[in-house]
Ligand binder design. Structure first.
Ligand code: ZN
Length: 131
């Protein structure tokens, strides 16, 4: 399994990790199979969406802030309940097929680490294998 770290720069942002994932898949030498990504954080997540237009990631972050606004009176005393909610809405896993040694993403798709309580140093776990 690979552990890949990244630094985030805002409280809420989607960071394109496609290049990091592609590099890990290339290094693995796997020709056919599955790439599995897991985010081991309660205020982070991973999603696949459009990377061609960076405004899409900004819109997703903005709308998640509308859904779970920071500073609202939540029960969780740590003060980051909105971050936990955003993490659960998006989810902690993503899977992409590997075909001919390459990630099989759609034309406009990219993989994003979702930061919901940054900025921080974060990590995700990645494993590839045959199906
Ligand atoms: Zn918390």
């Amino acid at each position: 399994m690979n552990e890949i770290t990244l630094k985030t720069s805002k409280r809420v942002e989607l960071v394109d990790i496609t290049a990091k994932v592609k590099e890990a898949v290339r290094k693995s030498g796997l020709e056919q199979g599955l790439c599995y990504i897991y985010v081991p954080h309660t205020t982070g997540a991973v999603t696949i969406n459009e990377s061609a237009d960076p405004d899409v990631a900004l819109d997703i972050a903005d709308q998640l802030n509308e859904l779970a606004p920071p500073g609202k009176s939540y029960k969780h005393r740590e003060g980051n309940a909105d971050s936990h909610i955003k993490s659960s809405v998006i989810g902690n896993t993503a899977e992409v097929f590997v075909e001919d040694g390459r990630l099989k993403l759609g034309t406009w798709q990219g993989i994003f680490f979702c930061e919901f309580d940054g900025p921080r140093t974060r990590k995700f776990w990645l494993k590839v294998g045959e199906l």
